[in-house]
Design a protein around this ligand. Structure first.
Ligand code: HEM
Length: 407
């Protein structure tokens, strides 16, 4: 590989991997090297369209697809790129839990997902909008008269948890627990802490499910407790997999994306002014923000041996699909590092194909509401002078600290 490839290949590289594709580096570390993970990771566009990383994820080696077209092909080709991979949550829990439906491949996938679809369709999201807006307003109220805030801890982290609790019909009193569990699950100090968080979530969801089986609190819970697959009710683990996927699907992703959006707005007053004057452009801005600030790196497992764009992939190998690389691919998007709200991009930030994000309408509504409310409540949103933001790279690119001045 070119200069992004670095050093000699590690001894563990399988024999079928062409040496020119070996990238002896850590994906997680590499994505944290520069001033933001997008600038860092897109250096991979200087190299091949597919590479073998000696540390692709949590110390494991595997393929990394670096281009939009390849990532899009992999999403669509579930017969070769399986989503039924050993799951992080199942590993942490030591329970044979399959996140449902994200860790189930077609054709069975649809038999599960159809139970959830109506509850996440635009019509259902319209009914939630008022609650999303009031959660947003309540959080803004906590710092509105203070001249500023840390956008991450005071808004972006709690906001999606509020929305999740409302969506599920869970008590707001559990907010602090949820935030703590979620943060520890994703970024806990060590494995023991992450296992403990995964278990606490599981136990809480299990208790909640037992109550819901007696008397579902809303339509979504009625849908989940009465869900069927091929005419039979779901068993306990199938239902738990459904509750768990909603928990992990909609918190880290929303918080992370909001952080990048707000950082961009805070450093682009002209865009703030434009969107304040033309709020009807905010939905287009959300699409472009999702493209430019794609936070997810998803993955698949090769189901069999096959040749992909001239590269031999073997059964069982992990294939990483950084959506940031797809959506900032200069072969697909002109000037990909520029945020251009008139672009109307066909991005992959929320996946495509059968596993395309179930919560996409809800997530986009959350983002629209947050942008609308912040622009309406504050005449000026700026980074606090003399301070710097902090972020993490890795499997989800997230802003960790974003000091704002609000007036
Ligand atoms: C900005 C916010 C979000 C982003 C960037 C995002 C991104 C994604 C991506 C990339 C996928 C596809 C993963 C794959 O194919 O491997 C996905 C799937 C999924 N997302 Fe989201 N997501 C977001 C918000 C949400 C929300 C709010 C929820 C639910 C409340 C949610 C629930 C799900 C579920 C259940 C799936 C699996 C769908 C299936 O397998 O059929 N997501 N999301």
């Amino acid at each position: 590989m070119s200069d992004v490839s670095a050093k000699s290949a590690a001894a563990t590289v399988p024999a079928h991997v062409p040496p020119a594709l070996v990238w002896d580096n850590s994906y997680d570390r590499f994505s944290c090297e520069l001033e933001d993970p997008y600038t860092a990771i897109t250096r991979l566009h200087e190299g091949p369209d597919i590479i073998w990383a000696t540390d692709a994820s949590y110390g494991r080696s595997g393929w990394v697809l670096t281009r939009y077209d390849l990532i899009s092909d992999a999403f669509m080709d579930y017969e070769r790129f399986g989503a039924e991979r050993p799951g992080m949550i199942a590993d942490l829990l030591g329970v044979n839990l399959r996140l449902n439906p994200i860790e189930i491949d077609p054709p069975r996938h649809f038999g599960y997902r159809r139970n959830l679809n109506p509850h996440f369709a635009p019509k259902a999201v319209n009914q939630m909008e008022q609650r999303v807006r009031s959660a947003c307003g309540e959080l803004i109220d906590t710092f509105a008269d203070k001249g500023g805030c840390d956008f991450v801890s005071q808004f972006a982290v709690p906001f999606p948890s509020y929305v999740f609790l409302d969506l599920m019909g869970m008590p707001r009193a559990r907010l602090a627990d949820f935030i703590h569990w979620e943060d520890t699950l994703m970024r806990g100090p060590d494995m023991a802490a992450r296992v403990q968080a995964a278990r606490s979530i599981y136990h809480y969801l299990e208790e909640f499910l037992a109550e819901q089986r007696k008397q579902p609190v809303n339509d979504l819970m009625a849908g989940i407790t009465h869900a069927t697959f091929e005419g039979r009710p779901l068993d306990h683990l199938e239902t738990m997999g459904m509750l768990y996927v909603l928990y992990v699907g909609g918190l880290d992703t929303v918080y992370s994306t909001l952080g990048w959006i707000m950082r961009h707005l805070a450093t682009h007053p002209e865009l703030q002014a434009r969107l304040r004057a033309h709020p009807e452009l905010i939905p287009d801005a959300v699409e472009e923000f999702l493209r430019a600030f794609s936070v997810v790196t998803t993955h698949r497992m090769a189901v069999k041996d096959f040749d992909f764009h001239g590269v031999p992939i073997k059964r069982g190998e992990e294939v990483m699909m950084p959506l940031s690389l797809a959506n900032r691919d200069p072969r697909k998007f002109a000037s990909p590092h520029e945020v251009d709200i008139a672009r109307k991009p066909r991005h992959l930030a929320m996946g495509t194909g059968s596993h395309a994000c179930l919560g996409m309408h809800l997530a986009k509504r959350e983002m629209r509401v947050v942008i609308e409310e912040f622009l309406e409540r504050f005449r000026s949103i700026r980074m606090r002078a003399g301070e710097t933001y902090r972020f993490h790279g890795g499997r989800t690119f997230g802003v960790e600290y974003l000091p704002l001045e609000l007036s």
